[in-house]
Design a protein around this ligand. Structure first.
Ligand SMILES: [Zn+2]
Ligand SMILES: [Zn+2]
Length: 347
């Protein structure tokens, strides 16, 4: 399993190398705007060179937030598909292997219309682009009107598009929120058996590794730090232990509350994957040294039990770290500071 983090396009390769990524996910433009300034040749070569130097493979591009391929509104759908095609083209230019996009929302106009629109968007992209990365539909948490929450629905969407080089990206936070029990050996086995039966494992191409603020079947899409949410360290250990996942890239999209959170979460995820047998000891030992405030499982559990987090409305401004988590971090700060060699070997 090759681990990476969602980082910015400009700083992704250097930051990725600094914290020990083996894979990388980026946006290929401003995630909150329809228009993108054209990619400059030197920008592209700097990115590709940085990726090569850091040995980041694969590079995954995540679709920007405005795109809704299932949009019933014609104007929004037209804008979405134009942006989708432009981003696929940019992703190809940047050397990305995968382009991950959420299945979108039918906004209450019905699943059939939404499905047709997604299929048409992918077909249109294939008519207009000579080359593109593999398109991966990401499973959703099951918020209202969203498509692609179940493996069955994702299979319908992919079959509807009838295009080659498509697959899915499985997000652990979304899976749990959608009702898939992925925290126990038995639950993981059943979830992947179901995925295999409904979709085929060959179509599972990428993982998003995020802990979840929402509980099982909560339909809440809110990511948490690795080990600090409803999945927890033990849950991730169980998840990583299924060898059917070991060939997949695993990308973290965890919150960045403090400057080193990306590094800490990556380190913690790789450690759990290592304990589960999904990555070798050498990979963990090769992670760059930082002053980690790695959280101990029991510390997290104790802190969470002492101060349960209240659900915040979606529109809340960017959160400060939860006091419980900070306290736990402070108590074990430096407890597991690593002494591994500083320089990580690039491939
Ligand atoms: Zn995701
Ligand atoms: Zn999410």
């Amino acid at each position: 399993m090759r681990f990476g983090v969602h980082l910015s396009m400009s700083e992704g390769p250097s930051r990725g190398a600094q914290i020990g990524c083996q894979a990388l996910q980026i946006f290929c433009g401003n995630p909150r705007a329809w228009s993108k300034k054209p990619l400059e040749a030197d920008e592209v070569s700097a990115f590709r060179e940085g990726v090569r130097e850091a040995g980041l493979d694969p590079v995954v591009v995540h679709a920007t937030y405005l795109i809704n391929l299932a949009a019933p509104d014609q104007r929004i759908w037209d804008l979405s598909v134009a942006a989708f095609i432009e981003e696929l083209d940019r992703s190809q230019t940047l050397g990305a292997k995968y382009y991950v996009v959420h299945s979108g929302s039918h906004k209450g106009e019905g699943e059939d219309l939404g499905r047709k629109r997604i299929a048409e968007a992918i077909k249109k992209a294939d008519r207009e682009l000579p080359k593109r990365p593999e398109i991966l539909l990401e499973n959703t948490a099951g918020t209202k009107n969203s498509l692609g929450t179940t493996w069955k629905d994702l299979a319908i969407l992919l079959d509807g598009a009838g295009a080659g080089r498509t697959g899915i990206c499985m997000d652990t936070c979304h899976s749990l929120a959608a009702g898939y029990e992925i925290r126990t050996p038995d639950g993981v086995r059943r979830t992947l058996d179901e995925l295999e039966a409904d979709l085929g494992l060959a179509r599972l191409r990428c993982l998003h590794i995020n802990d979840s603020k929402g509980a099982l079947n909560s339909r809440i899409d809110r990511h948490d730090h690795i080990g600090a949410g409803a999945i927890g360290a033990a849950g991730f250990r169980a998840f990583f232990a299924d060898s059917r996942l070991w060939q997949l890239p695993a990308i973290l999209e965890t919150p960045q509350d403090e400057p080193d959170d990306d590094h800490r979460d990556l380190w913690h995820a790789v450690e759990l994957a290592c304990e589960a047998g999904a990555v070798s000891d050498a990979v963990l030992a090769g992670l760059p040294t930082v002053e980690l405030e790695a959280l101990r499982d029991e510390e997290i559990a104790a802190a969470q039990a002492a101060a349960p987090k209240a659900a915040k409305p979606k529109s809340a401004p960017r959160r400060k770290p939860a006091p419980a988590r900070k306290a736990a971090a402070a108590r074990v700060r430096m407890a597991r500071r690593r002494t591994a060699p500083k320089k990580r070997k690039t491939r």
